[in-house]
Design a protein around this ligand. Structure first.
Ligand SMILES: C[S@@+](CC[C@H](N)C(=O)[O-])C[C@H]1O[C@@H](n2cnc3c(N)ncnc32)[C@H](O)[C@@H]1O
Length: 283
C-alpha cells in the first residue's frame, strides 16, 4: 500500500538508528561475537596514523574508539543519523571537537539529490527510466586528507535506505521497476567502493555484509539473499592493483534470532572484513 506519510531520508536514518540501538539491547548476547570480531579485526589491522575517518560510526558498537584515539591524532566520525551525536558526546566528552570530530552527513553525497529527482519524476511517470539514469557523485570525505579510512558495516546498508524510500514513496513496483531499483542500489555501492579506492588514504579497512540468511527453526535450509548488487559484488573481492591486501576474515552475525525479534523467522548475516594498504609510490 502506498504510504500516505512519506518520511524523508534524514528521518529514516534517525528511525533506523534508534531501531539498531533497541535491537542491540534486546540481542546483546547474540551480537557480542560479531562486535568482538569487528573490534578485533580493526585493532589488529589498522596501523597507527595521523587522521582516521570512520564511516558509519553509528553508536560505536563495533569499533573501539579508545584504541582509535590511542593510534591516531584525529578521529573523524561520520554517520547520517543525527541520533549518534548524543552517544559520541557521552563517550568522548570534551575530546569531541578536540581530537575527535563529528560529521553528521550522508556519506554517499547523493541521496538528497536522488530524492529530489525521484519526486520530480513522479510527474513524468517512468520510474524505471528515472532509476536507471541515476549516477552517484564522488562524496566530499573522499577528497579530504585521511591516512586511514574505516568503512564500518556500511556497504550493505547504504542502498537499503534508498530502497525503503523508493518503496515507501511509490508503493508496489513492477518487475521492471524492481530491476531498475536494484541497479540504482548497485550504483550507490559501486560509488562507495570507488570513493574509498580513489581517496588519498594509505590504508582502508572495510567491514561489510555480503549475504543475508533467513531461517525458520522448523526448516533445515535457510534462504539466501545478496547484500551486494552489480559490480560491487565483484569489486569487494579484489582491490585495484595499487593496493595490497593485509588481512581478510569472515564470520556470521546472528542479527535477529527467531522468537526474540520475530516469531516467524530469524536472520543471520555473513560479514566480510578486509584491510588494504596502498603500495609505496602508487598515489
Ligand atoms: C550496521 S550500522 C554499523 C554499526 C555502527 N557502527 C554502530 O556501532 O552502531 C551502519 C551505520 O551506517 C550508517 N549509514 C548507513 N547509510 C549511511 C549513509 N548513506 N551515510 C552515512 N551513514 C550511513 C547508519 O546510520 C548506521 O549507523
Amino acid at each position: 500500500m502506498l504510504s500516505l506519510f512519506r518520511p524523508s531520508i534524514d528521518r529514516r536514518f534517525r528511525v533506523m538508528g534508534a531501531g539498531i540501538e533497541q535491537r542491540h539491547q534486546r540481542c546483546a548476547s547474540w551480537w557480542e561475537p560479531h562486535l568482538r570480531c569487528s573490534r578485533e579485526f580493526i585493532r589488529t589491522s589498522l596501523r597507527p596514523c595521523r587522521r582516521v575517518a570512520v564511516l558509519g560510526a553509528g553508536r560505536l558498537l563495533d569499533v573501539d574508539i579508545e584504541m582509535l584515539l590511542a593510534h591516531s591524532q584525529e578521529v573523524h566520525l561520520f554517520d547520517a543519523d543525527s541520533g549518534c551525536l548524543s552517544h559520541w558526546r557521552a563517550r568522548l566528552g570534551p575530546r569531541l571537537g578536540g581530537r575527535a570530530f563529528a560529521h553528521i552527513e550522508d556519506i554517499t553525497g547523493s541521496l538528497k539529490r536522488w530524492e529530489g529527482i525521484l519526486r520530480a519524476s513522479r510527474r513524468r511517470g517512468d520510474l524505471a527510466e528515472c532509476l536507471r539514469g541515476l549516477r552517484a557523485v564522488r562524496p566530499a570525505w573522499s577528497k579530504a586528507e585521511f591516512c586511514s579510512i574505516v568503512s564500518l558495516n556500511l556497504l550493505g546498508q547504504i542502498p537499503l535506505y534508498w530502497r525503503d524510500f523508493v518503496q515507501a514513496s511509490r508503493g508496489r513496483l513492477s518487475g521492471d521497476d524492481e530491476e531498475a531499483l536494484a541497479a540504482s542500489m548497485g550504483e550507490l555501492q559501486r560509488a562507495h567502493l570507488e570513493a574509498l579506492f580513489s581517496s588519498g588514504a594509505g590504508q582502508l579497512v572495510m567491514l561489510f555484509d555480503s549475504e543475508y540468511y533467513r531461517y525458520r527453526s522448523s526448516e533445515s535450509e535457510w534462504r539466501v539473499e545478496p547484500a551486494l548488487f552489480g559490480p560491487a559484488a565483484m569489486n569487494c573481492l579484489s582491490a585495484p592493483p595499487q593496493f595490497c591486501e593485509l588481512a581478510r576474515e569472515s564470520w556470521l552475525w546472528h542479527l535477529a534470532p527467531q522468537f526474540v525479534e520475530q516469531e516467524s523467522e530469524g536472520e543471520i548475516h555473513r560479514v566480510e572484513a578486509r584491510a588494504w594498504l596502498r603500495k609505496a609510490g602508487s598515489r
